[in-house]
Design a protein around this ligand. Structure first.
Ligand code: PLP
Length: 406
């Protein structure tokens, strides 16, 4: 397969810098990805040509900005194959999307004694809103575990389903283990029991082709900044039948139809969930990022990244004292590891001075760290602009760090 890696790398200006007199090697893509010039240019173009508050303006710029914003919504709909643009809500990111559903779903559907099922591999952004929502409404919060490869224990998960279950919430891909969960199968089982499912796709959309109608999930969310788009913009997908029934999350301009002294009627979808002036610049950047990903092709990206993962896994697994957390059969291009009893921060700090950016710590997944009985890991996460040569640099940096620390 031909993958135009040189051209791709030339489109990411930030990668071409020296830090500590060494070329920057960026392996912190699960935290946030870098932005191609196409995305940077789209934001610049927006401010140079289109900037204006959107909706209801009768003047040229307002209509132009509104049109671009709504065109972007159509393209996001197409990108994830949702049925309707009514199902695409622009948010600040995955965290806001998750809080929105936890708050509104909790108010509408959750009663004392009900249960929500989730998993031990959730990011705090998903774990904490559901945990707190359950505490608030007197509901039970049940959490399924994983096997030794870091794959979800499906028997345990399915065994938790009962007549009290109101929702199943899980991540598409673990940000610590890289595990790709069999979400389509889980959704089918949940639906046979009339239970809706929310998928946290924050680590999914940048690696996998996602299709809302094929998955048949009820809610799906993601952040722009993890898929080569700007920070502060994200998406909540929700089936229209649920979004129609849920109460609004935030109140204010844009989300209303009519306001009187004694009552207010709410706007139609998707505006009911988009209170206030939205992040129009972010939407312009997100649209450009979606174009970029479509042009590269999600299948090509997945193939290229799988090769990076295989290469890195093989090299790292051979190092003395190396323990890799997350060896699922289906996983995305990230590797979490510890070496002997060396603290992850020490490894991260030393290899940073060699120009290599990895993430260290609990990765916003403390329940998982407690389950694994470790304080944290070193996480190297790869994107399609990374190379095998960079992985070689990582491996030799780890060997040097290990020598220094032992
Ligand atoms: N869910 C997962 C699996 C994540 O990895 C992250 C971020 O790392 C989030 C949710 C939260 O994303 P954001 O901080 O962009 O809202």
């Amino acid at each position: 397969m031909f993958f135009p890696i040189d051209k791709i790398r030339s489109e990411f200006p930030i990668l071409h810098q020296q830090i500590y007199n060494r070329p920057l090697v960026y392996f912190d893509n699960a935290a946030s990805t870098q932005k191609p010039v196409q995305v940077i240019d789209a934001i610049r173009h927006y401010y140079e040509h289109d900037n204006c508050n959107i909706h209801r303006g009768v003047h040229y710029l307002s209509m132009k900005a509104t049109e671009a914003y709504e065109e972007a919504r159509k393209e996001i709909r197409e990108f994830i194959n949702a049925r309707s643009t009514h199902e695409i809500i622009f948010t600040k990111g995955a965290t806001e999307s998750l809080n929105l559903v936890a708050s509104s779903f909790g108010k509408r559907y959750i009663k004392p004694g009900d249960e929500v099922i989730s998993t031990i591999m959730e990011h705090h952004s998903s774990f904490v809103p559901w945990q707190q929502m359950c505490l608030e409404h007197g509901a039970g919060f049940r959490v399924a575990g994983i096997n030794e490869r870091g794959e979800l224990d499906l028997d345990e998960l399915y065994g938790m389903i009962n007549e009290k279950t109101r929702l199943i919430v899980l991540t598409h891909v673990s940000n610590v283990l890289g595990t790709i969960n069999p979400v389509k199968e889980i959704i089918a089982v949940a639906h046979r029991n009339n239970i809706p499912v929310l998928i946290d796709g924050a680590q999914g959309v940048s690696h996998l082709q996602v299709d809302m109608q094929d998955l048949d999930c009820d809610f799906y969310c993601f952040s722009g900044h993890k898929m080569y788009a700007p920070m502060g913009i994200g998406v909540l997908y929700g089936k229209e039948k649920y979004l129609e029934e849920l109460p609004p999350y935030q109140l204010g301009g844009e989300m209303i139809k009519e306001v009187y002294v004694d009552h207010t009627t709410f706007n139609e979808l998707p505006f009911k969930f988009e209170a206030g002036t939205p992040n129009v610049e972010g939407v312009a950047g997100l649209r450009a990022a979606v174009h970029y990903l479509k042009e590269l092709g999600m299948e090509n990206i997945a193939m290229y990244e799988e090769n990076l993962l295989k290469y890195a896994s093989g090299k790292l697994a051979n190092l003395d004292g190396m323990k890799i957390y997350g060896t699922a059969v289906h996983k995305t291009s990230l590797i979490s590891f510890l070496i002997g009893d060396i603290h992850p921060y020490d490894v991260g700090t030393i290899i940073d001075k060699m120009g290599i950016a990895v993430r260290t710590g609990h990765h916003c997944a403390m329940p998982l760290m407690n389950y694994l009985k470790i304080p944290g890991t070193v996480r190297a996460s790869f994107a399609f602009y990374n190379t095998l040569q960079e992985i070689d640099l990582l491996v030799s940096a780890i060997v040097k760090a290990k020598k220094m620390l032992e």
